[in-house]
Ligand binder design. Structure first.
Ligand code: NDP
Length: 405
């Protein structure tokens, strides 16, 4: 029985809060704060209608650390779940340290002025969290999040060592719009337009964004083109599973998405440096976000499935084996349950499960010590057991051999 404060009332926050309300034995009191209180109130109303549970709501600018610290002290939660944007991560971690509360997020810190993704900023908080006896769990979404836990599950149950790991993220959903992103457009476009990077034999290999493409037949979706990309869990997996020789991340995009994105990039609309427009500074990508559909508005029209998983090749008792562990989520079923499409659902459910791991004590540092942790540092079993029961059942199968590319 624990009190939790969720920050961020977007699609992911909405799913996480609905799922927390469906588990009142763990989340006895739910508080939701965001920049726009009306969005918190709309979620609270939907939660009340769907589950009968109450959610207390607040307005907060999470970049204002003293105000956020005061709010955390006023509420007195056991855990703060950060489902705002990556820009807020360090500020929310600072407020958690000041107020003496555990922390969880789903995306690593990014400075606003550089599309640069790395854990160094958050890993630098290790000593502070350890000294305070507090826990910070980083990246408890699907990817990062479940994909890292999938890797440790394969290592625990199917392989003695993992030599190569490929993470495959397929969204086979169709929202009926010419161009839209399934989570925050600014964060999504920064990620997709960044150079592709993968890890091989101790080195990072960089290629131009969206320049390496493969076809893959996804169960529940069909054949899709997927593109090599950088994704933050590659960095933490390379650190925590150092025996891995190669780790890559692939994401599917349709022709129309790539064509629109190419045009937007070519005309400068994805720039994140300021330009002067009618005497005012604007950031083209932020302006673009303002004219694109809100991801949370896509739920009612999105049809199809997502399929996200890991393919790992390694040795078991001296023999080379390849396993594929994956989860298929249906957009319409996700929308029926919480009013949000599958990309928000597949992120919000693991955020809730990660929060449950902390609140129930299933995941904690060695000897109860605090610190900053990534998902692959813990026992995968209780997390994946709960994930399957909470709407994201997963499956594993053996493949005939390693990927042919
Ligand atoms: P949205 O843009 O829909 O929601 C973000 C919410 O955060 C909004 O309600 C916004 O408020 C609020 N917010 C933004 N800035 C502040 C601030 N300074 N103070 C308080 N609240 C703030 O994003 P999503 O729900 O799609 O994504 C949420 C997070 O999940 C992101 O960090 C994203 O990167 C991550 N994510 C992780 C995935 C994974 O698998 N690991 C996959 C998908 C997303 P307002 O609307 O009022 O401005």
């Amino acid at each position: 029985m624990s009190k939790v404060l969720v920050i961020g009332a977007g699609g992911v926050g909405s799913v996480a809060v609905h799922k927390m309300a469906m588990n009142p034995g763990i989340f006895s009191e739910i508080h939701l704060a965001s920049r726009t209180k009306a969005k918190c109130d709309a979620i609270a109303e939907s939660v009340k209608t769907r589950t009968g549970q109450s959610v207390a709501t607040y307005q907060i600018d999470a970049d204002d650390v003293p105000a956020l610290t005061a709010l955390i002290r006023q509420i007195g939660p056991k855990l703060v779940v950060n489902l705002a944007l990556p820009y807020q991560d360090l500020h929310i971690m600072d407020a958690c340290l000041a107020a003496g509360v555990d922390y969880l997020d789903t995306a690593n810190y990014e400075p606003r002025d550089q599309a640069h993704f790395e854990y160094s900023w958050q890993w630098a908080y290790q000593d502070k969290f350890k000294a305070a006896g507090l826990m910070a769990l980083l990246g408890s979404g699907f990817d990062p999040g479940v994909t890292s836990v999938f890797a440790t599950w394969l290592k625990k149950h199917k392989l003695d060592t993992i030599r190569t790991l490929d993470i495959l993220d397929c969204n086979g959903g169709d929202h009926g719009q010419h161009f839209a992103t399934n989570f925050n457009p600014e964060i999504n476009i920064r990620e997709v337009t960044a150079p592709a990077r993968h890890y091989e034999n101790g080195k990072w290999i960089e290629r131009p964004a969206l320049s390496t493409k493969q076809q893959f037949a996804f169960e529940g979706v069909g054949p899709k083109s997927m593109y090599l990309m950088y994704h933050e869990e590659l960095e933490s997996l390379a650190k925590h599973l150092p025996e891995i020789e190669r780790i890559r991340f692939w994401m599917t995009f349709g022709e129309a998405y790539i064509t629109h994105l190419t045009v937007l990039q070519n005309v400068g609309m994805t720039r994140i440096d300021p330009v002067i427009y009618e005497g005012k500074e604007i950031i083209p990508l932020q302006f673009l976000k303002a004219v694109l559909p809100e991801p949370s508005s896509l739920g009612s029209t999105t049809k199809g499935k997502t399929n996200i998983g890991d393919i790992a090749t390694g040795f078991k008792d001296g023999e080379e084996r390849t396993f594929y562990i994956y989860q298929i989520c249906d957009h319409e079923a996700a929308f029926a349950e919480t009013g949000n499409q599958a990309v928000s659902y597949t992120t919000g459910v693991p955020a809730m499960v990660g929060a449950a791991m902390i609140l129930t004590g299933a995941w904690k540092g060695q000897n109860g010590e605090g610190g900053v942790f990534n998902m692959e540092q813990f026992d995968p079993d209780p997390f994946l057991d709960m994930l399957g029961k909470q709407g994201l059942p997963w499956q594993v199968k053996e493949l005939g051999g390693p990927l042919g590319f």
